[in-house]
Ligand binder design. Structure first.
Ligand SMILES: [Zn+2]
Length: 496
C-alpha cells in the first residue's frame, strides 16, 4: 500500500481531493488515510478545478435528457462547445447519431503518435423520468444542501459524465498529452428508448470508438458505509436482461359454466412451475472472487458457509442455503420471475386469452434462446406459448442464440493503475471484482470484443442508493473525490 503511494508520488500523482472540501467534514476519510494525508504527495484539488467540475455537473443535470421530453443532443452540444473552447480539434469532437434528439458525443484525446489501441471511456447522458410531484426538490436543477448535490442523474450517471468531461478539460489545460488515444463517448439510450447509443456506435461508427478496452463508470465503484469507504467494486461481467411472454388462449364463454382449458389457469400453472424450477447454481471466476471478498464482511457462520460453497466440489445443500439470501441468489444463478399478467375481459366471462411477462437475468456465457428453451421445458405444456419480447416490444418464437459476454479478464493494463490509484486515495480499501445483476451498455462493447470494466471513484453509501429513485443525490465530497479519481485514472490509462 505504501509502495503504491510512493510510486504514485514519484510519478507526480496528486492523490488528493478528499480532505480539503469547503464542507468541513471529512466524510470520505478512511482511518488509515490519516498518515497518507500528511505526505508531500497529497495536494488538494484546486478550488478553480472544483468550480469547473461543478459547472459541468450543473449544466448536465439542468439539461433534461429523459426519453419523454428530454434530449441527449442538447447535453452533447453543450459539452461539445466546452471541448472546442478548450482547444480540442473540430475533427476530434464528433456529434453523431441518426435520431435528432438522441445524438452521441465522441471526443478523442489524441496521443502525439501511438501504435497502441486507444482506451475508451463510456458514459450515458440519458436519465430516467423524474416526476416532479414525487420529489421534494426540483429534479432538473442542481441543488446543494446538507452536504449533498441533489438532482436527477447525480448518481446515474451525470456525476461520472461530469468527472470524465472535467478530467479531459483539466488535463488539456495542463498540457498533458497521452501516450495512446483516450476516447470519451457520451451516449444516448442506455435507460431504454431505442438503440441510438452505444449499440448504434458499435454498429455504425466503430471507427470512432474502437479500443483495446473500455471503462464504464455506470457500474461498480467506491462503496461507502456512513460516508466511509469500505470497498471498491470492479464490475467485470454482467447478467443479461431478457423478457419472455407466456400466453394461452381458450374458448371463453359464461363464467357460470366453466369448461376445461381456462387460459388464465394454464398460464398461472406455467408460472408456478417456473417458480418451482430454479436454474442451476453456477459460479465463474468473477463471482468466486466476489464471494471470497464478501465472506470477510459476513458473520462467522455465513463466512464458513461461503467458504464451503467455494470448495472445488460444491456441497449443494450449502449452496442452496446461501441462495436463500436474494442478493447471493442473484449472482449464483440465472433468475426468472413473473412480473406482469393480463387476462380476461369481464368479471363474469371465461378468459379468452391470458399473457404473462417473465423477466430473466441470465448468467454470462448463456444465450437468451437457451433460457427460452429451458423455460419451455419447465412449463411442460404445449398449450402455453413461450415467446421472446424484443426491446421494441415485438414478439418472436425464438430468441437470439448468441451467448452473452463472458467475464472480462483482469488484465494488468487495467488492474495496475487501478490498484495504484485506489490505494493512494483510499489505503486499505480492497478491489472486489463483481458481476452486476443489472445491465449496462458494457454488454454492447463486450460483445463487440472490447473488454469493459465498470468502476468509478464516486462513493455512494449502501443505504443511499437512489439511482432511478426520488431525490437522487450524491455527497458533495464524493463528487469532487470522484473527479480527482477519474483525472488520475485517465492519466494512468492514457500512459503518463
Ligand atoms: Zn446508468
Amino acid at each position: 500500500m505504501w509502495a503504491a503511494s510512493g510510486a504514485l508520488a514519484a510519478t507526480g500523482i496528486a492523490a488528493a481531493g478528499w480532505g480539503t472540501m469547503a464542507h468541513g467534514q471529512d466524510l470520505l476519510q478512511h482511518p488509515a488515510q490519516m498518515h497518507a494525508q500528511v505526505g508531500p504527495q497529497v495536494q488538494p484539488m484546486e478550488a478553480s478545478d472544483q468550480i469547473l467540475a461543478r459547472e459541468v455537473l450543473q449544466q448536465l443535470i439542468e439539461t433534461n435528457t429523459t426519453h419523454r421530453e428530454g434530449s441527449t443532443t442538447k447535453a452533447a452540444e453543450l459539452m461539445r462547445r466546452r471541448f472546442l473552447d478548450a482547444g480540442f480539434a473540430e475533427k476530434d469532437v464528433s456529434l453523431v447519431g441518426d435520431a435528432a434528439d438522441r445524438k452521441n458525443l465522441v471526443v478523442r484525446y489524441r496521443a502525439a503518435s501511438s501504435t497502441e489501441k486507444p482506451v475508451l471511456l463510456l458514459g450515458h447522458l440519458d436519465v430516467v423520468e423524474a416526476p416532479r410531484e414525487e420529489w421534494t426538490v426540483e429534479p432538473f436543477q442542481l441543488k446543494e444542501a446538507d452536504g449533498y448535490f441533489y438532482g436527477r442523474g447525480t448518481q446515474d450517471m451525470k456525476n461520472s459524465d461530469a468527472a470524465m468531461v472535467t478530467s479531459f478539460l483539466l488535463l488539456k489545460r495542463a498540457g498533458w498529452v497521452p501516450k495512446r488515444d483516450v476516447i470519451l463517448a457520451l451516449t444516448a439510450d442506455e435507460e431504454g428508448g431505442g438503440d441510438n447509443g452505444v449499440e448504434w456506435l458499435v454498429k455504425n461508427r466503430r471507427d470512432l470508438i474502437d479500443a483495446a478496452f473500455a471503462v464504464n463508470p455506470d457500474a461498480g465503484g467506491l462503496v461507502l458505509v456512513d460516508g466511509r469507504p469500505v470497498e471498491f467494486d470492479l464490475a467485470a461481467t454482467e447478467k443479461v436482461y431478457a423478457d419472455f411472454v407466456l400466453s394461452a388462449t381458450s374458448a371463453g364463454g359464461h363464467s357460470s359454466r366453466p369448461v376445461p382449458e381456462n387460459a388464465l389457469y394454464l398460464v398461472s400453472d406455467a408460472l408456478g412451475r417456473i417458480e418451482r424450477s430454479p436454474f442451476p447454481i453456477e459460479l465463474n471466476p468473477i463471482t468466486r472472487a466476489y464471494l471470497e471478498a464478501e465472506a470477510r464482511r459476513e458473520s462467522n457462520e455465513k463466512r464458513q458457509l461461503i467458504s464451503r460453497v467455494l470448495k472445488p466440489k460444491m456441497d449443494m445443500d450449502d449452496a442452496n442455503q446461501l441462495t436463500l439470501d436474494s442478493g447471493y441468489n442473484a449472482i449464483m444463478r440465472t433468475t426468472c420471475v413473473a412480473t406482469m399478467m393480463q387476462a380476461g375481459e369481464a368479471e363474469n366471462a371465461l378468459p379468452g386469452k391470458a399473457t404473462a411477462n417473465v423477466n430473466c437475468r441470465i448468467l454470462p456465457g448463456h444465450s437468451v434462446e437457451e433460457v427460452r428453451k429451458q423455460i419451455v421445458a419447465m412449463v411442460q405444456d404445449i398449450r402455453v406459448k413461450v415467446q421472446y419480447r424484443a426491446e421494441d416490444g415485438s414478439l418472436t418464437d425464438t430468441a437470439p442464440d448468441k451467448p452473452s459476454m463472458t467475464a472480462a479478464a483482469l488484465i494488468p493494463e487495467v488492474m495496475k493503475p487501478l490498484r495504484a490509484v485506489t490505494q493512494a486515495m483510499w489505503p486499505g480499501v480492497r478491489i472486489v471484482p463483481e458481476m452486476e445483476s443489472g445491465s449496462t451498455d458494457s454488454v454492447y462493447t463486450s460483445a463487440a470484443g472490447i473488454p469493459t470494466y465498470g468502476f468509478s471513484g464516486m462513493g455512494i453509501d449502501t443505504s443511499d442508493a437512489r439511482a432511478h429513485g426520488r431525490d437522487e443525490r450524491l455527497r458533495v465530497t464524493a463528487f469532487y473525490t470522484g473527479v480527482t479519481f477519474m483525472r488520475e485514472m485517465v492519466k494512468q490509462l492514457g500512459g503518463e
